[in-house]
Write a protein that binds this ligand. Structure first.
Ligand code: NAG
Ligand code: CU
Length: 245
């Protein structure tokens, strides 16, 4: 009797906590839909362009290696081929529950095939980001609020002049609604970019993940509700400038 009631309680608890978090569940890449990895399910038989992520929980320590492509970040079996200049839309579980904090979209060139590549060192560059768009830190419109307003989706453009090759794309939303306890939600997907561009982001555009975020950065370790921040209407997203090609 005890066993038969405790199992459903556990399952309900899992669903309830998972519902407050999540990540990128699927993509539209140049007009083609790609499903993502399904967390909480066995990786056996899952064949996706997305790297494995095993839970809806955020990462709360920016020094962890799982900041790159979530936990456990194992490579996906597939890649999506996309022309430079195309649009890519990421779909989060809807409605995404957090509206305070930035959206940042990164790419990294895979040395060789993305099916074996691990993104270490200063390899990540931003192609898109949105921080505080209007209003104050605590009650204004943030990139993540815009994402929620857009049916929990975010659309970016692969820079048209980006040199063709194998790339990871990393979608990240950072939730800042809990004082001095930022939450990162990153997911990576594997792309083959085609085109005739020759663009390569210079060193000033590159960052390491983990590395780019630190709890000693005031834009990371932030209390948006503090009285000192009550009238603040600007926010600097950590990391390098966006590379647009
Ligand atoms: C909103 O996104 C969901 C997937 O999360 C999709 O099924 C639905 O069609 C979208 N609605 C609109 C109006 O685009
Ligand atoms: Cu959450």
């Amino acid at each position: 009797m005890k066993t038969s009631t405790s199992i459903p309680a556990l399952v309900l608890g899992l669903v309830a906590s998972a519902a407050a978090h999540g990540g990128v569940l699927s993509y539209d890449i140049g007009g083609t839909t790609y499903k993502g990895f399904v967390p909480y399910n066995s990786p056996t038989g899952q064949s996706t362009i997305q790297r494995e992520w095993d839970s809806y929980n955020p990462i709360q320590d920016p020094t962890l290696s799982t900041m790159a492509c979530n936990a456990n970040g194992a490579v996906g079996a597939l890649t999506a081929t996309v022309a430079a200049g195309s649009k890519i839309t990421a779909y989060w579980n809807a409605p995404w529950p957090h509206t305070i904090g930035p959206m940042v979209v990164w790419m990294a060139k895979c040395a060789g095939s993305c099916l074996t590549y691990q993104p270490t060192g200063n390899v990540w560059f931003k192609i898109d980001q949105a921080g505080l768009e209007s209003g104050t830190l605590a009650s204004g419109l943030w990139g993540s609020g815009q994402m929620v307003n857009q049916n929990s989706t975010w659309t970016s453009t692969i820079p048209k002049t980006l040199a063709p090759g194998n790339y990871l794309i990393r979608h990240e939303t950072i939730a800042l609604h809990t004082s001095n306890a930022p939450q990162w939600y990153p997911e990576c997907a594997q792309l083959v970019v085609t085109g005739s561009g020759t663009g390569v982001p210079g060193a000033s555009y590159l960052a390491a993940i983990p590395g780019v975020y630190s709890m000693s950065n005031p834009e990371v370790n932030i209390n948006v509700y503090s009285s000192a921040n009550a009238d603040v209407t600007t926010y600097t997203i950590p990391g390098p400038a966006v590379w647009t090609g």
